[in-house]
Ligand binder design. Structure first.
Ligand code: BTN
Length: 263
C-alpha cells in the first residue's frame, strides 16, 4: 500500500510556530510507544504542551496494558499537558471529555458521526475507529497527563481486528489526509484543557450523553478492575462517571470500561 509517510513530518516542524501553547513537537518514523517516548521531552516549564507523533509504533499500548497495533498510515500521538491542580478523579473525567473532543474533530474534518463507548473508545457504526489512553507521570516534580490518541486513518487493520475495528479509509473508500485531523484534534483537546479546570465536566455532560444515546436504556456489561457488573445504562453524571441501573439498584462507575454492548 502506498502511503505518504512523510506528510506529518513537515507539519510537526511548523506546529510550535503556529500554536504558541505548544512548547515541543516531535515526529518520529518509528518509536516503541509515543506514550513512553514523550517523557524525555517533558519540560521544566509545564505551562506549554508537548507533542510526540509517530508514523509507526512497535509497542503501541492500549488501555489496561493491551497491545495497540500501530502500522504506518494511522494517526498515533501523545499530547503531554500539565495536570495543574486537577485531581486524579478529574483526570478520569477529562479522559471522557477528550473522547468527546475527538468525535468533534472527526465530524469537523472527516464528516464522521462517531459515538463513544464509555469512557473513551471512538466508535463508528459498531466498530472501533480509535481509542484514547490517558496516563499520568511526574517530571521535574510536576505532574503531567499523557493523552495518547490512536485513530485508524489509512493504516491496514490486522485480519483478527476487521470484525471489530474500522478505519477512515475503509469508511470513505479512499486514503485521507491526516494533517487537518491532527491540527483539529490538538486544538480541540487543548481548548478543553483550558476550559475544564474552570467548568468541570458539567458543560460536556449532555454532549457525551448524546454520543452514547444508542446504548442509553440498554443493558451493558462493565468491567471495573477484576470485577464485572451488568446493568441498564442510564447516563453519565456531572463528573463523567457512568450511571447504571443494576438488579441490586443504581450504580455509579467512576473507573472502568464498557465491555459488552447489546447487539
Ligand atoms: C485504547 O483504546 O485501548 C487506547 C489506545 C491508545 C493508542 C494510542 S496510539 C498513541 C499512544 N501511544 C500508545 O502506545 N498508545 C496511545
Amino acid at each position: 500500500m502506498a502511503i505518504a509517510v512523510s506528510e506529518l513530518m513537515p507539519i510537526t516542524d511548523r506546529l510550535c510556530g503556529e500554536h504558541p501553547w505548544l512548547g515541543v513537537a516531535k515526529y518520529f518514523f518509528k518509536v516503541d510507544s509515543t506514550q513512553n517516548r514523550i517523557t524525555q521531552w517533558l519540560t521544566k516549564e509545564a505551562d506549554k504542551a508537548v507533542l510526540v507523533i509517530a508514523e509507526t509504533q512497535s509497542k503501541g499500548v492500549g488501555r489496561h496494558g493491551r497491545p495497540w497495533t500501530s502500522p504506518a498510515g494511522g494517526l498515533w500521538f501523545t499530547l503531554g499537558l500539565s495536570m495543574g491542580q486537577l485531581t486524579p478523579a478529574q483526570v478520569g473525567s477529562f479522559s471522557v471529555v477528550t473522547a468527546l473532543q475527538v468525535t468533534r474533530s472527526l465530524k469537523e474534518v472527516n464528516n464522521l458521526e462517531c459515538s463513544i463507548k464509555w469512557p473513551n473508545d471512538i466508535i463508528y457504526g459498531d466498530k472501533k475507529l480509535g481509542g484514547i489512553l490517558l496516563t499520568t507521570t511526574a517530571k521535574f516534580k510536576k505532574p503531567w497527563m499523557l493523552i495518547g490518541v490512536g485513530i485508524n486513518v489509512n493504516n491496514e487493520l490486522p485480519s483478527d481486528l476487521t470484525d471489530i475495528a474500522t478505519s477512515i479509509k475503509l469508511i470513505r473508500g479512499q486514503s485521507q489526509g491526516r494533517t487537518r485531523l491532527l491540527e483539529s484534534l490538538l486544538n480541540s483537546i487543548w481548548q478543553a484543557w483550558v476550559d475544564f479546570p474552570k467548568t468541570g465536566f458539567g458543560p460536556y455532560q449532555k454532549a457525551v450523553e448524546s454520543l452514547i444515546a444508542s446504548t442509553l436504556g440498554k443493558p451493558v456489561q462493565v468491567r471495573m478492575g477484576n470485577r464485572q457488573i451488568q446493568g441498564v445504562l442510564v447516563g453519565v453524571d456531572p463528573h463523567g462517571s457512568l450511571l447504571l441501573q443494576s438488579d441490586s439498584g443504581p450504580k455509579t462507575v467512576h473507573a472502568g470500561e464498557i465491555v459488552g454492548l447489546p447487539s
